[in-house]
Design a protein around this ligand. Structure first.
Ligand SMILES: [Zn+2]
Length: 278
């Protein structure tokens, strides 16, 4: 259910940039932000005072679809967050460069899309570092966010990854299951129905149906009064002391199954859809 938001006061929340550069540089958290919620390192949603939401796109960049999506976002002055797979980032650095130039945020989504929870620390570290290097080479900045593939990550991994890489761990609370390719209208209806203030919406910019769903999805969310910000911007808006840590903290297996037809190794069987709101 979408929470009514029209009457929400906006006074205490910083406004997102309407156009052009965002108020927060896409890949650089302002000093002080980390300390305000420094005990919270993992988010599936963010408790905010205004109608702010973060649209996220995983697994790209895709040579054809991601530029199409960037056009759709640009036409609506919407900033999103792209959790890129490192081997794709290395292959299409110009798409990342464009995304950052147009105000979007880039996050780390591993190099080859494995499930972290059962991997060695050294193997996870290699996945993260290679991708961090590829993102920095393409955009000039290291990312500050990690979305673990399939949401698969242990509590211990969250701690050392945050300590060593400085990443916040970003999960999601709205999942349209677009990797099942249910058709654009289903993707749109799921997102519009489930989104509420502070939502982090999961989707994938490697599926044509997801891109086809976006114009109307974004238009409907904007018509309902939602304001799109990057994930880092959303975190800066977290109400002190009330930021919601991921309900999946400590989980070892993701609820998100493998998209069919993928070449990614190490499939993780589908678990319960328990990652979202209680
Ligand atoms: Zn993924």
């Amino acid at each position: 259910m979408t929470t009514p938001i029209a009457a929400k006061p906006l006074a205490t929340a910083p406004p997102p940039a309407a156009t052009g550069r965002p108020t927060v540089s896409p890949n650089e958290r302002p000093a002080g932000t980390a300390t305000s919620n420094h005990n919270v390192i993992s988010y599936s949603e963010v408790h905010v005072d205004g109608p702010y939401i973060a649209m996220t796109f995983d697994d790209g960049p895709n040579e054809k679809l991601t530029p199409e999506l960037l056009d759709i976002l640009k036409a609506r002055h919407i900033h999103a967050t792209f959790f890129v797979v490192g081997q794709n980032a290395e292959r299409f650095p110009q798409i990342l460069e464009r995304a950052v130039r147009e105000g979007h945020e880039i996050g780390n989504h591993s190099w080859s899309h494995p499930a972290f929870a059962k991997m060695s620390e050294s193997a996870v570290r290699r996945e993260l570092q290679k991708t961090d290097d590829a993102i920095r080479a393409a955009t000039g900045h290291s990312p500050v966010l990690l979305r673990p593939p399939y949401g698969s990550i242990t509590a211990h991994q969250k701690q050392w990854i945050h300590a060593d890489f400085g990443y916040d761990i970003i999960l999601w609370d709205v999942d349209p299951l677009d990797w099942k390719r249910p058709g654009p209208s289903v993707v749109m209806n799921r997102i519009v129905k489930e989104t509420h203030p502070g939502s982090i919406i999961l989707s994938h910019d490697i599926h044509p149906g997801t891109i086809a769903a976006m114009p109307e999805t974004l238009d409907r969310l904007q018509a309902e009064g939602f304001k799109f910000v990057t994930v880092s911007e959303l975190i800066t808006m977290a109400k002190p002391g009330s930021a919601k840590e991921s309900h999946a903290a400590g989980s070892t297996v993701s609820p998100t199954p493998i998209p069919p037809g993928f070449a990614f190794p190490t499939p993780v069987p589908s678990a319960s859809p328990g990652l979202t709101k209680p």
